[in-house]
Design a protein around this ligand. Structure first.
Ligand SMILES: [Zn+2]
Length: 189
């Protein structure tokens, strides 16, 4: 049975191997084609110093070329929003299972920030979101909707919701404040 580059590629997945236009087995780490006919020459190549160190570098460099600082910053902010919106305390980041879930799935593209970093970044992010809301509603006619309800813990809450009165623009209702009430005077009829 003759061997093909495709067969070798299937035999050695995730080893920086690919097939080039000349239908040769090409090593992306070595930047050269390698002999695919004998299985032993492939395994020998994969064990060489130059292959292992170069492929390690390929694997740790995220293949995203745009501004990684900005990318990382967005990731951190999204993480803060996701955790806060889900009522997950930042300390959960320190839990081994949570940490390894993130590390195993998101690294090396993302650096997982510590809970202390999130706590430090939270006030600025909060302020920028409030500023976004202010910008969104400035110079617009606004309808204010107040609603008294109970939250998931049966606490009385008073919600203040703004809706921009402009059908031509994005006018999805925005919750701008939640006030917890000690008592309410509604009666169940
Ligand atoms: Zn190689």
């Amino acid at each position: 049975m003759t061997s093909t580059p495709q067969k070798r590629l299937r035999e050695y997945p995730n080893n920086c191997l690919s097939i080039n236009k000349k239908n040769e087995l090409f090593c992306d780490a070595f930047k050269k084609s390698i002999d695919y006919k004998k299985k032993s020459s492939v395994t020998q190549h994969l064990e060489t110093e130059v292959h292992t160190s170069n492929s390690q570098k390929l694997k740790t460099v995220p293949n995203i070329n745009f501004n990684t600082d900005e990318f990382q910053e967005n990731f951190k902010n999204d993480l803060i929003i996701w955790l806060s919106a889900s009522n997950v305390p930042f300390d959960k980041l320190n839990k081994m299972t949570f940490k390894s879930f993130l590390n195993n799935n998101l690294r090396p593209v993302f650096k997982i920030p510590s809970s202390a970093t999130l706590r430090r970044s939270f006030p600025n992010l909060y302020k920028s979101k409030i500023d976004e809301l202010k910008d969104n509603f400035s110079k617009s006619k606004v309808s204010v909707i107040c609603d008294e309800t109970t939250d998931s813990k049966c606490r009385y809450v008073f919600q203040i919701i703004f809706v921009k009165l402009d059908i031509l623009k994005e006018n999805c209702p925005k919750l701008v404040d939640t006030i917890f009430l000690d008592e309410v005077n509604y009666e169940i009829g």
